[in-house]
Design a protein around this ligand. Structure first.
Ligand SMILES: [Zn+2]
Length: 368
């Protein structure tokens, strides 16, 4: 069995909302180049795989046929007057030519990752273009057209009885939570900046699932200026006990890096060290993992953190100094952060208090 695989091809760069949009496809290419320059693709335990487009039935596991048809039409004619009904607008989610094919490739990459993990061929597969957790059943949202985490989880449910989804992106994983809100076969956990301050506005502690799924949706909202300390505490106090109790057979991890202190969109202040420690906590369960990308709007931070993540997935250390060619080409000099964020004391205290109040409420709601 191969240790870890990475899914990437330049064809993934076609998922592009345009030059003014904050989601920049170049971040994927930079990540793969940095991973390669660090020698990680030459490691005998590593494999680089091509993405494949998702099949229609895979997309339809997560989306309504009307919506899929609308994406297909808008992909040919982005100005067809149907976009606004399905969440396509001129700012966050503008329809673009080739959108259907690009979205199918993103979803197919994650479905392929799930297939390899389900087939026990690879212990961890990292689909860096994946993690589009905001897409709804019949609506694009938050830069997401098709919800590849949902598609990947459906693939895993063919093989496994219980799947845990852990989302450390700065935004609430609303589309994934919604898709599995009333089932007890999928545990969804999202730690994110609270919807009081950040898109999409959902993800409060009270959203715990319904019917058979009660207790299987877990949300840990954070206040602005929450960082490594809060992330670690949330894992210790909530995420680890909840996963232990659920006893999953496989994990899907959404590894958005927009909670990093240098990210221009969210207001969390994780460092590379704290973010990576969270990933290690997830890997410590020793379960097979489908790892997905996610948000991240400072392209250098994305490349650094996902390279560090892939090294961890392979179980090897990489030198902190970035290889010369990457330093020259992309001005990335070190993989880890060299400085922590400076946070006003009062803000830091407020962030801790906010988390601890939420942990108390979660303990009562979830019985942990
Ligand atoms: Zn995000």
């Amino acid at each position: 069995m191969i240790g870890a695989a990475l899914i990437y091809s330049d064809r993934l760069l076609g998922y592009d909302f345009g030059p003014a949009h904050p989601l920049r496809p170049i971040r994927l290419k930079m990540t793969c180049e940095l991973i390669g320059a660090c020698g990680l693709l030459d490691n005998p335990g590593s494999r680089l795989l091509d993405p494949r487009p998702a099949a229609e039935h895979e997309i339809l596991a997560a989306h309504d046929p009307d919506y899929v048809e609308a994406v297909r039409r808008l992909s040919v004619d982005p100005s067809a007057g149907i976009g606004s009904r399905f969440g396509f607008d001129s700012s966050d989610n503008p329809a673009f030519p080739g959108m259907f094919e690009a979205s199918c490739l993103y979803s197919g990459a994650s479905a392929h990752a799930a297939g390899l993990v389900a087939g026990a061929e690879t212990r961890i597969v990292f689909s860096i273009s994946g993690g589009l957790h905001h897409a709804h059943r019949a609506r694009a949202s938050g830069f997401c057209v098709f919800n590849d985490p949902v598609i990947a989880i459906h693939r895993l449910l063919e093989k496994f009885e219980r799947v845990a989804y852990i989302d450390i992106d700065a935004h609430h994983g609303d589309g994934v939570q919604e898709a599995f809100y009333d089932t007890d076969r999928v545990l969804t956990i999202s730690i994110h900046e609270s919807g009081q301050w950040l898109f999409p506005g959902t993800g409060s502690v009270d959203e715990v699932g319904s019917g058979r799924g009660r207790g299987c949706s877990v949300n840990i909202p954070l206040a602005p200026f929450s960082g490594d300390w809060e992330l670690e505490r949330a894992f210790e106090q909530v995420i680890l006990p909840v996963i232990d109790r659920f006893s999953p057979q496989v994990i899907v991890a959404q590894l958005g890096v927009d909670g990093h202190a240098g990210d221009p969109i969210a207001h969390l202040v994780y460092t590379s060290h704290g973010w990576l420690a969270a990933l290690r906590r997830v890997m410590d369960f020793g379960l097979p993992i489908v790892a997905l990308g996610g948000g991240g709007y400072d392209v250098r931070t994305v490349a650094r953190l996902w390279t560090l993540a892939y090294a961890d997935m392979l179980g090897i250390e990489v030198p902190d100094a970035a290889p010369r060619e990457i330093a020259d080409k992309y001005q990335i000099h070190r993989l880890h952060d060299t400085m922590g964020p400076s946070i006003p004391k009062e803000r830091a205290r407020a962030a801790r208090r906010y988390l601890d109040e939420n942990i108390d409420r979660l303990r009562r709601l979830l019985g942990i």
